[in-house]
Write a protein that binds this ligand. Sequence first.
Ligand SMILES: [Fe+2]
Ligand SMILES: [Fe+2]
Length: 297
Amino acid sequence: MMFRLAQISDPHLGPLPKVAWTDLASKRAFGWYNWRRNRARAFAPAVLNALTEDMLAGRPDHVAVTGDLVNLGLSEEFDNARAWLENLGAPEDVTVIPGNHDAYVHGAIEEFTEAWHPYMLGDEAREVHFPFIRRRRNVAIVALSSAVPTAPLMATGEIGGGQAAALASRLAALGRAALFRVVLIHHAPVAKSSHWHKRLVDGDLFRQAIAEAGAELILHGHNHKTSIAHLPGPKGPVPVVGVAAASKLPHDGKPGGSYLSFDIEEAGAGFTIRMTERGVLTPGGAVETLSEQSLTE
Ligand SMILES: [Fe+2]
Ligand SMILES: [Fe+2]
């Protein structure tokens, strides 16, 4: 029986609530200025709404949201994002991990943990703890947080030694149970796949865990463009897929936002994965299929 997993990422939900300059100390002042200058023009709720509607019409069995739900880590943004999540589905059908923008300033982690916690709970867990695991039929979702507060103008991520060790041991156990293991991480885990100031600082720890224990699929956001790469696993290369930012407006001939869906099916001793990207190519255009391919040739 086929399992359809949809991935949507980096909605950077706007518009920003009206903020007082007193709330904009330090890093937020940079972010607010940047947002006004660039993001407010480049991101459109209309694109995000069209993608969301199209994605839900495909009746996915589960939805993965791979971070950067908000921009500056303000309380109103987190509440706004919670409402958006509720529109995507019930917490048992939607898994969320945070991105660097969600952890924009100190204190933000506590706030999003509170606002989004049912969407970030492992099976039978009562508290949010990364990595967490959700099993749905023959699919095991392993959700990491690479979201840490950073210095102004930096957008790096880190998982830390604790998460890396847990990742390796949980993946090994889930692999022995012959489950389809999908790992969610906001930052791109392939070496040098992001600009230096946006990189996963301890990506070597992540890659080591995958090399040892393996996984069937790794999904990330952060780079705001769709990409397919591979990391070495114990039984061969593991596909690593990034997706475009969901609310991006198409402009200057460049495509806008998109989402991905993965149709996962058991085949012999393993699985097949068919990936479809649907997005918006032209301003005001409808959502259409941009590409369709097998990840397991
Ligand atoms: Fe982002
Ligand atoms: Fe990001």
